[in-house]
Design a protein around this ligand. Structure first.
Ligand SMILES: C[S@@+](CC[C@H](N)C(=O)[O-])C[C@H]1O[C@@H](n2cnc3c(N)ncnc32)[C@H](O)[C@@H]1O
Length: 226
């Protein structure tokens, strides 16, 4: 579900994304609490891997999965992309919408979980998921939702912190087994896809933010052939 209205696509002029959330309330509550803990969570700048990978692409329809505070969405919109940005945290989305207003760009905000959003299939020229925190399920629903959103000829760009898939935090902290990692998505890429990149590489350092200590990315970039 989106914050679309009969008057047309919602934009960053929408003061606050209305509460039409579709998704797991626990996931939303957890991320809202995480964001509420700090005035600003991330650096405020676009992710380096996104900037590098988008350089050779013509702007089209892009889906930003787990857009957080909206830095990538705003950056893409400023470069001519038609941006749909999806996020479970309303706290983050409010910051993202304010960021877009300040930048004077239009973004379509979707307050939903990726799977529960039931996006129109094959409707994006680029699906970008930067450090997504997608919960793993036996039916690989999140992985399949990422792939299904990409239009024929379009690109899936999935970026994560290297080593996170094996990095356990004991005592009830982060368990990597609970989450979707790029290798799991890559494993589903069949003959309909051309894997353009599947590698680990140094991460352009962001200017601050909670994840600034991560030094390397895993980057999977695949083009949907049909
Ligand atoms: C590590 S943060 C990355 C945020 C942003 N992509 C960035 O690079 O700054 C992961 C984001 O995924 C969001 N998220 C968690 N579960 C989600 C889901 N099921 N669907 C969409 N977004 C989700 C979180 O709220 C959080 O903003």
């Amino acid at each position: 579900m989106t914050d679309d209205t009969a008057a047309g696509p919602p934009t960053s002029e929408t003061p606050t994304p209305p509460d039409g959330y579709v998704g797991d309330p626990d996931v939303r509550a957890e991320w809202d609490a995480t964001y509420a803990d700090r005035e600003q969570m991330w650096s405020g700048g676009p992710n380096g891997a996104l900037v590098a990978e988008v350089a050779g692409l013509a702007p089209g329809r892009v889906l930003d999965v787990g857009c957080g505070e909206g830095a990538d969405a705003v950056w893409l919109a400023g470069r001519g992309w038609d941006v749909t940005a999806l996020e479970v945290s309303g706290v983050a989305l409010e910051r993202a919408a304010a960021h877009a207003r300040d930048a004077g760009v239009a973004v379509r905000w979707v307050h939903a979980g990726l799977v529960e959003a039931h996006l129109a299939p094959a409707s994006f020229d680029l699906v970008s998921a930067q450090y997504p925190a997608l919960l793993r399920t036996p039916d690989a629903a999140a992985e399949r939702a990422l792939l299904a959103a990409v239009a024929p000829g379009g690109v899936l760009l999935l970026v994560h912190h290297a080593g996170m898939d094996t990095h356990e935090v004991p005592d009830g902290g982060f368990d990597p087994a609970d989450y979707v990692w790029p290798s799991m998505v890559a494993a589903l890429l069949d003959d309909d896809w051309d894997v353009e990149t599947d590698e680990q590489r140094p991460r352009p350092a962001p200017e601050g933010g909670a994840g600034a200590h991560h030094t390397h990315d895993v980057v999977v970039r695949a083009r949907r052939l049909r």
